[in-house]
Design a protein around this ligand. Structure first.
Ligand code: NAD
Ligand code: DAU
Length: 339
């Protein structure tokens, strides 16, 4: 397989590349990444050092038609997995424009270029957030109507529907995946779990939005990566697959778990102004992926959290490297308004 992965210097993309390298050492991997604030070349240092010709990094933008066209042709790419995105909901509230640019137009460019180049399959990585919010009961199914509530999720829904339209209109082989909240190594410390870990470590207040009772379904990143690999290898053209971790939890429980694992107590918890348009609850039904792909989450929340916290504890340099510059500017202004 000659595979182009986009956004491979981010959290899930990097974990995906490591997983593929371990399971399919004979594959040739290309990683196209713009290196935004969330993209970190250092995430792939060991892979770069070890893989030789089997792994190539390309610095560039998924919106760049000439570059993507050239890459696909020059390297005779068989398939593309598109992770590249602006991924943080709070940043999309602060400034939606880059989200529309990369998440909608960039994704459309990838699909267009892949179609013209005759690429056999594109896996488009979407999200459970396209479904919007659930009440106290029920689950999202692949047939649940899309009702996104943030600029981020609306941009992801836009691309998700373009992928559907390209399959229907052009017969293009596209598989869409929608997954719940990931956690694990290399997650950027703007997202709940690594952010709260950093705050707990520093003995700083932990900013919990609203009443802290919003529910997310947490999946360890390796399980999501395996799901995407299964979608790439076994998915039906035109299908959408939900993935989840079967680990629904209120945010406050997640925060208390982190306090416990870092030896801190609840006195650090601060309830702050809620996120505007904050989705109340996500829960995924992934029966289709279980039946058609053989997908099942293999890591419990307790196991995944123990592995995650151990990784962050073993990699303090990674954390201090990414917590600088543009990271600090956004974090300071966002949380100042919510205190
Ligand atoms: P991330 O923010 O950690 O990484 C995004 C990567 O994309 C970065 O390396 C960045 O440099 C790159 N990128 C951004 N814009 C680009 C552009 N225009 N061209 C090329 N590269 C660009 O994101 P993540 O959490 O790893 O998420 C990856 C994908 O998975 C996203 O599409 C996201 O919507 C989806 N997803 C994430 C989760 C989650 O819980 N994190 C859950 C479901 C789906
Ligand atoms: O569900 C999948 C989505 O999960 C992905 O598509 C997104 O890319 C990813 O960012 C994530 O979105 P969330 O908004 O759910 O994740 P986040 O880590 O930002 O927040 C998780 C929950 O924690 C959410 O209910 C908001 C809350 N929260 C978050 C932060 C950053 C807080 O209470 N305080 C905080 O400071």
């Amino acid at each position: 397989m000659r595979l182009l992965v986009t956004g491979g210097c981010g959290f899930i993309g990097a974990n995906f590349l490591y997983a593929l390298r371990a399971r399919h050492p004979e594959w040739r991997l290309w990683n196209l990444d713009k290196l935004t604030y969330a993209g970190n070349l250092g995430n792939l240092r060991p892979l770069t050092a070890e893989a030789g010709d089997a792994y190539t990094f390309v610095h560039g933008d998924i919106c760049d038609r000439d570059l993507v066209t050239r890459l696909l042709a020059e390297h005779q790419i068989d398939a593309v997995v598109n992770f590249a995105a602006e991924s943080h909901v709070d940043r999309s509230i602060d400034d939606p424009a880059p989200f529309v640019l990369t998440n909608v137009l960039g994704a459309q460019n990838i699909l267009d270029c892949a179609r013209r180049a005759g690429v056999s399959r594109v896996v488009h990585v979407s999200t459970d957030e396209v479904y919007g919010s659930l009440g106290a009961t029920g689950q999202f199914h692949e047939t649940t109507p899309l009702a996104p509530n943030s600029p981020y999720s609306a941009s992801k829904a836009g691309a998700d529907l373009i992928a559907r339209a390209y399959h229907e209109t052009y017969g293009q082989d596209i598989v869409v995946t929608r997954c719940s909240n990931n956690y694990g190594p290399y997650q950027f410390p703007e997202k709940l779990i690594p952010l709260m870990y950093c705050k707990a470590l520093a003995g700083e207040p932990l900013p919990v939005y609203g009443d802290g009772r919003n529910v997310r379904d947490w999946i360890f990143v390796d399980d999501h990566c395996l799901g995407i690999e299964l979608a790439l290898l076994k998915g039906r053209a035109g299908a959408v697959y939900n993935f989840g971790g079967a680990a629904e939890m209120e945010n406050i429980e997640v925060v208390r778990t982190i306090l416990h694992l870092t030896g801190r107590d609840d006195s650090l918890i601060r309830f702050v102004t809620d996120r505007p348009g904050h989705d109340r609850r996500y829960a995924m039904n992934f029966d289709l992926a279980a039946t058609e792909l053989g997908f099942a989450p293999s890591v419990t929340f307790a196991q995944g959290m123990a592995r995650t916290i151990a990784w962050y504890q073993a990699n303090p340099d990674w954390l201090s490297e990414v917590q600088s510059g543009a990271y600090l500017t956004f974090m300071e202004s966002w949380y100042k308004e919510r205190a």
